[in-house]
Design a protein around this ligand. Structure first.
Ligand code: AMP
Ligand code: MG
Length: 427
């Protein structure tokens, strides 16, 4: 089977207009065109944090390995509890966690047991120490109906059965997964190799930190936001600096990147400005589509695959405006790069009340910068961070979430539910 071209993929869309492409169609084309890198490497357990699991992890043991006690108390036979009157049981031994005892209590007998202690054969229930009516020198008395048969017993394999899949391929490894892998005694973990991603900014007006800011110039901020986003995504990054609006410089930069990395992210030059040679050079080097997407902020986006000297790389030509570059990264490049790493990590969307009215035109997707807040009564609402101009990075910095106003959606009234995606989660 040959690799499909972008044209093969876009021809499957019911109506394809590169100059008015809905967000969901652009996302679908990207998803269908992207291919996972597929290379796996083995890393030490602690180095696996935030990496993408490269193979299913089959549990070599059951966790817990034995039936054990959930409480400090006395292990007993549930059958001894039947009846409406108090029961007195002889205490015939003790079990500590990690030190199983060979004692097998008979009918009318019990064993003192600590939390995590292996349940003695024949016992199926544990009465917590604090529920025992009377504790004698070598016996205990239990009042009727304080526990039921089977209480406070953890079953072997209750957490995980030997031979079952503990973790699935494609999972991004979190702290809980490190703990789970450790509980199985697993010291090395198969993970997807880090994705190599090069990025550069384009524009003659861009200055780098440390250079004087000449008239009409701006400092290059996109390389810094991209650095942050790509690093958070777990990519191995190659910062190629600022590339001038010059056809030869752009071609050299794209070819060089293509020969060394899996994906290239550029910012600027993909709209139709007079000095924007980026489109022309990208088209020359490969299979690249240039879209105007029905979204705000964002709109221009170049996507495809370019090749040089037998190497190829996926290309994301993001717009130049500082907020547009972040929004386009979040809603197009993020998912694609994760897929290249074999991860499936869709973003959770939450519904929250809008604190105020929001003006919104149907027929395009708007990503507004929002601040999710709690009032004194614990109710949550989201408010928009003032002006939504696509160059205003300060409001992106003030925001803690993106409000997603979908294509078909119109104006929002105060109190209406809106979809949001929060920037940060639990650690
Ligand atoms: P462009 O898409 O190249 O026409 O750029 C659109 C706007 O974004 C222009 O005002 C640029 O000056 C600005 N811009 C482009 N790249 C950057 C960057 N790396 N850092 C800050 N602003 C940028
Ligand atoms: Mg430019």
């Amino acid at each position: 089977m040959t690799t499909p071209t972008l044209n093969d993929i876009t021809s499957c869309l019911s109506a394809y207009d590169p100059d008015a492409l809905p967000v969901r169609d652009a996302q679908r084309v990207i998803r269908d065109f992207i291919e996972p890198v597929g290379a796996i490497e083995q890393v030490a357990l602690l180095a696996a944090l935030d990496r993408v699991l490269g193979a299913d992890i089959i549990s070599p043991i059951s966790v817990p390995a034995h039936d054990n006690s959930a409480m400090d108390g006395y292990a007993l036979r549930g059958a001894d509890l039947s009846g409406a009157s108090p029961v007195t049981l002889a205490v015939v031994g003790s079990v500590f966690a990690g030190r199983p005892s060979g004692v097998i209590p008979g009918s009318g007998e019990c064993v003192r047991i600590m939390t995590g202690g292996v349940m003695p054969a024949g016992c199926d229930s544990v009465i917590p120490q604090e529920l025992v009516a009377a504790i004698g020198a070598d016996s205990i008395t239990i009042a009727p109906n304080v526990i039921r048969s089977g209480d406070n017993r953890r079953f072997a394999g209750e957490d995980l059965m030997a031979g079952s899949a503990a973790l699935r391929t494609g999972k991004v490894i979190r702290p809980a997964d490190l703990g789970l892998l450790a509980s199985l005694g697993i010291a090395t973990v198969p993970v997807a190799r880090r994705l190599r991603v090069a990025f550069f900014s384009t524009g003659d007006e861009l200055r780098s930190i440390g250079q004087p800011l000449d008239a009409g110039c701006v400092y290059d901020s996109n390389r810094y936001t991209l650095h942050g986003m790509l690093t958070r995504l777990g990519c191995e990054i190659v910062d190629m600096g600022v590339v001038r609006d010059d056809p030869q410089a752009l071609e050299d930069a794209l070819r060089h990147a293509c020969e060394h990395v899996d994906a290239i992210v550029t910012s600027g030059g993909v709209s139709v400005g007079a000095a924007d040679y980026t489109r022309q050079i990208m088209a020359k080097l490969g299979d690249v589509s240039f879209w105007k997407i029905g979204m705000r902020p964002g709109r221009p986006l170049a996507f495809g695959r370019i090749a040089s000297n037998g190497h190829s790389a996926f290309l994301f030509g993001l717009p130049g405006n500082p907020v547009a570059v972040m929004v386009s990264f979040y809603f197009f490049a993020r998912d694609a790069l994760l897929r290249m790493m074999g991860a499936d990590a869709p973003l959770p969307m939450l519904k929250v009340r809008s604190a105020g009215a929001i003006r919104k035109k149907p027929g395009r997707t708007e990503y507004q910068r929002g601040i999710l807040e709690h009032d004194g009564e614990g109710r949550q609402s989201v408010r928009i961070t003032g002006s939504q101009g696509s160059g205003i990075l300060r409001s992106m910095s003030e925001a803690n979430c993106m409000v997603v106003l979908h294509d078909e959606q119109g104006n929002v009234d105060a109190g209406d539910l809106v979809d949001i995606i929060v920037f940060d989660g639990l650690i």
